[in-house]
Design a protein around this ligand. Structure first.
Ligand SMILES: [Zn+2]
Length: 109
């Protein structure tokens, strides 16, 4: 679908994705924070599993558990934040920008 600028009628219009980017970053930070909590429980689970393999197993298991827990939280948060931001883009923020005159506007207007 192509849009034209309501100000200058130019068709050089781009999507801004401002909400999605901000949402992704915010979600990533929040997700990483909750991932840290997951990392702690992941580490203790990993350490318990690794205990079978002795001290080296405990260290490796703890490391792997922490890594997976933190990573999962960060990725989940980024995805959730991006989705929320996308909705903001679609329904609240001006989601299109004219590259000719800099006017921002919404696609449904
Ligand atoms: Zn324009």
């Amino acid at each position: 679908m192509s849009y034209s600028c309501p100000n200058c009628r130019s068709e050089s219009v781009v999507h801004r994705h401002k909400g999605r980017n901000v949402g992704g970053i915010t979600g990533g930070v929040a997700g990483t924070a909750s991932g840290v909590a997951g990392a702690t429980s992941g580490a203790s689970t990993g350490m318990a599993l690794g205990a079978v393999g002795g001290p080296v197993g405990i260290a490796l298991g703890g490391f792997a558990g922490a890594l997976l827990g933190g990573l999962a939280g960060g990725v989940t948060g980024t995805l959730a934040g991006s989705k929320i931001g996308e909705k903001l883009d679609e329904h609240i923020l001006d989601d299109l920008e004219c590259t000719n005159c800099g006017q921002t506007f919404r696609s449904d207007e």
